[in-house]
Ligand binder design. Structure first.
Ligand SMILES: Cc1cc2nc3c(=O)[nH]c(=O)nc-3n(C[C@H](O)[C@H](O)[C@H](O)COP(=O)(O)O)c2cc1C
Length: 229
């Protein structure tokens, strides 16, 4: 272990780190190769093909992604969410009162990063997160397990818990409200849609290092570019 207040030494700590990860599995991509010349004209279909491949391969929560947001007060932050739908946009749901919701209210530009490690695949999406129709948020919330609905309405998301007993009491009250009203949806529950302005596909390959293709929205069309790895 490196002492807490000394800089890590390249010779000792990084060699033990290498030992630590040496036996870890690496991607063995057994998937269709990516090629900018034969890739489809738009990115959403290709994203769904890659998602399907991850589902078929048994990836746990293949629809999990990292949502990055930024604001002048807090700087960049990121957290994992579950993708709720894809049409021409990428959809996720959360509380507009959460730190991420407040950051989006300040600056709607976000980045979504999907990693399917076993397939050696990454997809990076950028765009603006905009609140979708209220009915979508309502439908999403009502599909949640009653316990998770109660958690969502008991105390605002990411609030520091100083008083466990008060938080448990708030959860009990929230459970009673959910039991009494199956239709209850809090005002802050929001379905965000992100219309992509760029989507980058990264594919590890056997033999070559990796292949990258980025789609940039240009008006109603997409411009495709191959990126040096
Ligand atoms: C696999 C996984 C899926 C998650 N899905 C969601 C989600 O769909 N919506 C959500 O609000 N939080 C989800 N979370 C919790 C978030 O990562 C995060 O802790 C929470 O939203 C608070 O983030 P914030 O403080 O940046 O607003 C998920 C966490 C994990 C690990």
């Amino acid at each position: 272990m490196t002492p807490p207040d000394s800089a890590p030494s390249a010779s000792s700590s990084s060699s033990s780190f290498r030992d630590r990860v040496r036996s870890a599995a690496s991607p063995r991509p057994d998937v269709t190769e990516l090629d900018v010349r034969s890739s489809p004209a738009e990115p959403v279909g290709l994203f769904l093909d890659w998602l399907d491949a991850a589902v078929d391969a048994g990836v746990v929560q293949p629809h999990a992604f990292v949502l990055s947001t930024a604001s002048s007060a807090s700087g960049p932050t990121a957290r994992t969410l579950l993708l709720k739908d894809v049409d021409e946009a990428f959809w996720f749901t959360s509380s507009s009162l959460s730190p991420k919701g407040r950051q989006i209210a300040e600056d709607e530009r976000v980045a979504l990063t999907f990693l399917w490690a076993a397939q050696g695949r990454q997809v990076r999406v950028t765009g603006s997160a905009v609140a979708g129709p209220r009915e979508v948020a309502e439908q999403d919330f009502r599909h949640r397990h009653p316990d998770s609905r109660a958690v969502a309405i008991a105390v605002p998301q990411s609030t520091e818990v100083d008083d466990e007993a008060a938080a448990e009491a708030a959860l009990d009250r929230a459970r009673s409200r959910v039991e009494a009203d199956d239709e209850l949806v809090p005002d802050d529950w929001t379905a965000y849609r992100v219309l992509p302005v760029s989507v980058e596909f990264w594919q590890a390959t056997i033999g070559r290092d990796q292949v990258r293709v980025r789609y940039d929205r240009v008006g109603d069309d997409w411009r495709r570019a191959s990126l040096w790895p």
